[in-house]
Design a protein around this ligand. Structure first.
Ligand code: SAM
Length: 286
C-alpha cells in the first residue's frame, strides 16, 4: 500500500466536506500563476493528464466526457432549436466542443476570465480544442459576470455556466443578480445550465442555487445527476433553469442520432439523469 502523502499522489483535500480525492501521478508537468488563479498540470498513471486550479481538480483526460456531455446535451436536446449559445467559464473548451456537435447551433461565445486555462488546454487536452477553429466558435477572455451584465436582452437560447467553485473569481456566478442577467439575455424557452456540485456533499448549495434561480424569475428547474470519479464524492450534478416554459419532453430522435458519437449521453441516460433520489428530493423540498 503506498503512502498518499508521497509525491507519487496528487490529493485534493476539502476540509469543509471532510473528504479528499487522490490520483496517482507520474509527475507534475507545469505550474503557472495567472492574474486570477494557480493552474497546474499533472501526468497521472491512470487518468491521463489532470488540470488543477487553485488546488481543486478540474478535469482529467480519462473522465472529462461525463461532465462535458451532461453539462451540454440535456439542455441542447430540450431546447427545440438552439442557435445561439454562451459558455461562461469553460476555458478548457470541453463544453464548446460538445455544443458544436449540434448542427442547429450558429454561434457559441465561450467567455473565460483566464486565457491561460485555454492555452494549457490547447497543449495538454488538444482533443477538447479540436473545434476551436470552427467559424461558429467565438473565444473571449473577459469576466463572465460583466459579459452577462452587458448582454443584449433576448439574444441567446442556452447559457452554460462551467465555472470553478463558488469562491474566488467564480463566486459571482452563483447568485441572484447573475441569474437575473442570464434570464434577461435568454429568449423565451431559453435554458440556463449551471454546474451544481455534489448532491451528497453540497445539498445546501444546490437548494440555495435553485431558490436564487426561481427568485430571478425562471419558470421551471430540473437538476441532473451523473458520475464524476475525480470530483469529491464521485457523484455530481448540474441544474437547468428554463425561461417562460416548463421542462418536459426533449428531442429524443435527434439525441439518439448524436449518441453514436458520444461516450456517455443517450436518451435513456437523459431520462435517468433527471430522476432525483429520495434523500435529494427531501433536501430540496421537492
Ligand atoms: N469543470 C470544472 C469544475 O466543475 O470543477 C470547472 C472547469 S474550469 C474550465 C472553470 C473555469 O471557470 C476556469 O477556466 C476559470 O478561469 C473560469 N472562471 C472562473 N470565474 C470566472 C468568471 N467570473 N468569468 C469567466 N470565467 C470564470
Amino acid at each position: 500500500m503506498s503512502d498518499l502523502s508521497s509525491p507519487n499522489w496528487f490529493t485534493e483535500q476539502c476540509d469543509h466536506t471532510g473528504t479528499a480525492i487522490s490520483l496517482r501521478i507520474k509527475h507534475k508537468i507545469v505550474e503557472k500563476q495567472s492574474r486570477f488563479q494557480k493552474i497546474e498540470i499533472y501526468e497521472t498513471t491512470d487518468f491521463g493528464y489532470l488540470m488543477v486550479i487553485d488546488g481543486c481538480t478540474m478535469l482529467s483526460t480519462r473522465d472529462n466526457f461525463l461532465y462535458h456531455e451532461m453539462m451540454t446535451h440535456p439542455a441542447l436536446f430540450t431546447h427545440e432549436q438552439p442557435k445561439n449559445v454562451v459558455v461562461i467559464g469553460g476555458g478548457d473548451c470541453g463544453i464548446l466542443n460538445q455544443v458544436l456537435k449540434h448542427d442547429s447551433v450558429e454561434s457559441v461565445h465561450q467567455v473565460d476570465i483566464d486565457a491561460l486555462v485555454t492555452e494549457m488546454a490547447q497543449h495538454y487536452f488538444p482533443q477538447l480544442c479540436e473545434s476551436n477553429q470552427d467559424p461558429r466558435a467565438k473565444l473571449e477572455f473577459t469576466d463572465g459576470i460583466q459579459f452577462m451584465q452587458l448582454a443584449k436582452p433576448a439574444s441567446f437560447d442556452v447559457i452554460i455556466v462551467d465555472s470553478t467553485d463558488p469562491i474566488g473569481p467564480g463566486e459571482g456566478l452563483f447568485n441572484h443578480a447573475f441569474y437575473r442577467n442570464c434570464l434577461d439575455a435568454l429568449r423565451p424557452g431559453g435554458i440556463l445550465v449551471q454546474q451544481s456540485q455534489s448532491p451528497i456533499l453540497h445539498q445546501a448549495l444546490i437548494k440555495e442555487m435553485r431558490d436564487a434561480m426561481r427568485l430571478a424569475g425562471f419558470d421551471d428547474l430540473q437538476s441532473f445527476l451523473f458520475p464524476q470519479p475525480i470530483y469529491p464524492s464521485g457523484m455530481w450534478s448540474c441544474t437547468l433553469a428554463r425561461k417562460a416554459e416548463p421542462f418536459g419532453s426533449f428531442r429524443q430522435t435527434d439525441a439518439n442520432l448524436l449518441s453514436d458519437k458520444l461516450e456517455y449521453y443517450n436518451p435513456a441516460i437523459h431520462l435517468a439523469g433527471m430522476q432525483l433520489p429520495n434523500f435529494l428530493k427531501r433536501a430540496l423540498a421537492l
